[in-house]
Design a protein around this ligand. Structure first.
Ligand SMILES: [Mg+2]
Length: 169
């Protein structure tokens, strides 16, 4: 099983994942982490920016699903109901089971799938192990709490390598 903590591409935020970028990458299924990727953890409902972004991807034929480790299934459920998208909750990232379940549900293979998330040890590692593209964003709203600050400092060198390598142009 491949092991890498280097994301394929690092972006500032999710809105930079455009239909044009995904088309260039050949991605038809975008798996998204929820907390700090699509919304800060303290925000209970999707905002207008998120609705617009999703609509643009939908119109471009991209399937978007949430893959979340959040312990509150109600939060993930509420978000996804509001957005009209499917999800895999308690996904157990970086284990590959949740990624595979999502791809199976969507009927789209790993070669056409990407994961978008803010954490190396869950989102990126799981994506790498699943053989899909790993797109990484800075934590939306900034890291919250001491542990997240430390975590995001530790993630920096890996993101720097990804930016230098620029594996995707
Ligand atoms: Mg997250």
């Amino acid at each position: 099983m491949p092991f890498s903590l280097i994301p394929h591409q690092v972006l500032e935020r999710y809105t930079q994942v455009t239909p044009a970028l995904l088309e260039r990458l050949g991605v038809r299924l975008l798996l998204c982490d929820l907390d700090y990727t699509l919304a800060p953890k303290s925000v209970p409902q999707p905002d207008g920016t998120l609705h617009t972004w999703l609509e643009e991807l939908r119109q471009a034929g991209v399937t978007v699903m949430i893959l979340s480790n959040n312990r509150s299934s109600r939060r993930v459920e509420t978000f996804c109901r509001e957005l009209g998208i499917r999800y895999v909750g308690h996904a157990g990232k970086p284990r590959v089971g949740g990624y595979r379940a999502a791809m199976e549900q969507a009927g789209i293979p790993a070669e056409q799938t990407a994961m978008l998330g803010d954490k190396l040890l869950t989102d990126v590692l799981g994506a790498r192990r699943s053989g899909i593209l790993a797109l990484m964003v800075e934590p939306l709203g900034g890291p919250v709490g001491a542990w997240n600050h430390v975590l995001h400092l530790l993630q920096r060198p890996f993101k720097a390598i990804a930016k230098r390598r620029c594996t995707i142009s």
